[in-house]
Design a protein around this ligand. Structure first.
Ligand SMILES: [Zn+2]
Length: 128
């Protein structure tokens, strides 16, 4: 009976083996969490850039269709009202830069959270 019990106890893990396994699992879990967070950050940044591109696109088409005058003040007002019109993700962190240069209006839409990419559009003022 005693010899049988001794044999069975050898099949189990030693404390050191358990510690090594726990350590390996915690490293794997940490690596998994880090890459997941990286994926989420990448995804939200992509969504933000897409939303800003969409905003720039609607701005340009509003100007082309004559719904919005090609004018620095009008465009700034339109952009400032855009986030409340469309409940897009982190649009409250967007910054706009509208400048007139040689009869053209340059629009930049940046994000304070996602500074890597700026969405830029140039709109020509109608002649006359
Ligand atoms: Zn953003």
């Amino acid at each position: 009976m005693l010899t049988k019990w001794k044999k069975q106890s050898k099949k189990g893990f030693t404390l050191i083996e358990l510690v090594v396994i726990m350590l390996a699992l915690s490293i794997l879990a940490a690596a998994g969490t880090a890459s997941y967070n990286g994926m989420v950050i990448h995804f939200t940044e992509r969504t933000c850039i897409d939303s800003r591109t969409e905003a720039a696109q609607s701005l340009v088409s509003a100007c082309l269709q004559g719904e919005l005058s090609v004018d620095v003040n009008a465009i700034e007002t339109w952009l400032q009202n855009y986030p409340t019109k469309n409940q897009t993700n982190d649009s409250e962190h967007w910054e706009y830069d509208v400048q007139e240069n040689n009869g053209k209006i340059q629009v930049e839409i940046r994000c304070r959270r996602h500074t890597d990419e700026t969405v830029t559009r140039t709109i020509s003022k109608p002649l006359g």
